[in-house]
Design a protein around this ligand. Structure first.
Ligand code: GYE
Length: 317
């Protein structure tokens, strides 16, 4: 009898313990995050920010790297749906083509938060929130800085980001909007460098070899990595980057500040990749069924060579 009671007590304790464990597991938020890839210094910093913040908050993060392919992102999102994660977040490589998979997530009752880049959908209820920069404004900032620097006269080569990506479309738009008011500012070459250093170098080489090459006196690059690649191409072609060709780019990564200190890059417009904390604030709220804003914009600045030395030690990415 005694043994049976002890056995019963032990059994009850075991059940109680496993129920408590289950409850604890249940409480742990499960988030699926589909990242674009590792195409730039910006992206590497962004990935670190997302992973660090999830760890800090004890979130079970399912992280998938899409190697810059939309099809891989769609596959990852489908697998998050199959795994019944609590929230899905992703950085869409391009703007279009997301409706079917977003509808699947909605049907499964899983809220979606867009991180860093926006999508183009006919039904806004397919995602809960978009947190990221104002890319049109970044393009305007680059344009305005260039107007000041050149007095409204420039023969511009443009290194565009990934075709169809929100920051490529919007940074072009904002920049063109500003320079349109200056008839002596013209984009004479424009091509995608896919946001990578290697492609930026390759395309700049082709620009310089083209018939218009000798007229280029400004480079506008949609991100720092492409500008850094282009700087190499200019040097190899015997040009002085930062002097013969004025260079303005976007992101504000450490390498851009180093290039400014060395006099090779003239200006970078900041785009903050460290959005992990803001992102998980939104994710936790949406998981708790709370209302969140549809659009959250990150704060950022503009830095030129005169501020580079002072700012360099402060750069976290
Ligand atoms: O500017 C670029 C990266 O989406 C804001 O993607 C991001 C951009 C960033 O590859 O360097």
């Amino acid at each position: 009898m005694r043994n049976r009671i002890i056995g019963l007590l032990a059994g009850t304790a075991l059940i109680a313990a496993s129920v408590a464990g289950y409850a604890e597991d249940k409480k742990k938020l499960v988030v699926g995050f589909s990242q674009i890839g590792a195409e730039s210094g910006w992206r590497t910093a962004n990935t670190a920010s997302v992973k660090d913040e999830a760890k800090k908050r004890g979130i079970d993060l399912k992280f998938a790297d899409a190697q810059q392919k939309q099809e891989n992102q769609i596959k990852a999102i489908r697998s998050f749906i199959a795994q019944k994660v609590d929230v899905i977040a992703f950085s869409p490589v391009v703007e279009t083509g997301w409706e079917p998979v977003l509808k699947e997530a909605k049907k499964a009752g899983i809220p979606v938060v867009l991180s860093d880049r926006a999508v183009e959908v006919s039904d806004e209820s397919l995602y809960k929130c978009f947190i990221g920069s104002d890319f049109v404004e970044e393009g305007r900032r680059a344009g305005k800085w260039l107007v000041e620097k050149t007095g409204g006269k420039a023969q511009i080569a443009e290194l565009v980001g990934t075709p169809g990506a929100a920051p490529a479309i919007d940074r072009k738009k904002g920049f063109e909007e500003v320079i349109a008011k200056y008839p002596d500012m013209k984009i004479i070459k424009s091509q995608s460098g896919d946001f990578t250093r290697a492609k930026g170098k390759e395309v700049m080489e082709a620009f310089l070899k083209s018939p218009e090459g000798k007229n280029i006196n400004v480079l506008y690059a949609h991100n720092d990595d492409m500008a850094l690649g282009a700087i190499q191409a200019m040097e190899e072609a015997g040009k002085k980057p930062g002097t013969d060709i004025i260079i303005v780019s976007i992101d504000g990564v450490k390498g851009a500040f180093e290039a400014m200190v060395a006099g090779k890059l003239n200006c970078t417009v900041e785009c903050n990749p460290l959005i992990g904390p803001q992102l998980f604030d939104l994710i936790e709220k949406v998981a708790a069924g709370k209302e969140i804003p549809k659009r959250v914009v990150s704060e950022e600045g503009v830095f030129d060579q005169s501020q580079a030395q002072k700012e360099l030690p402060n750069r976290k990415y």
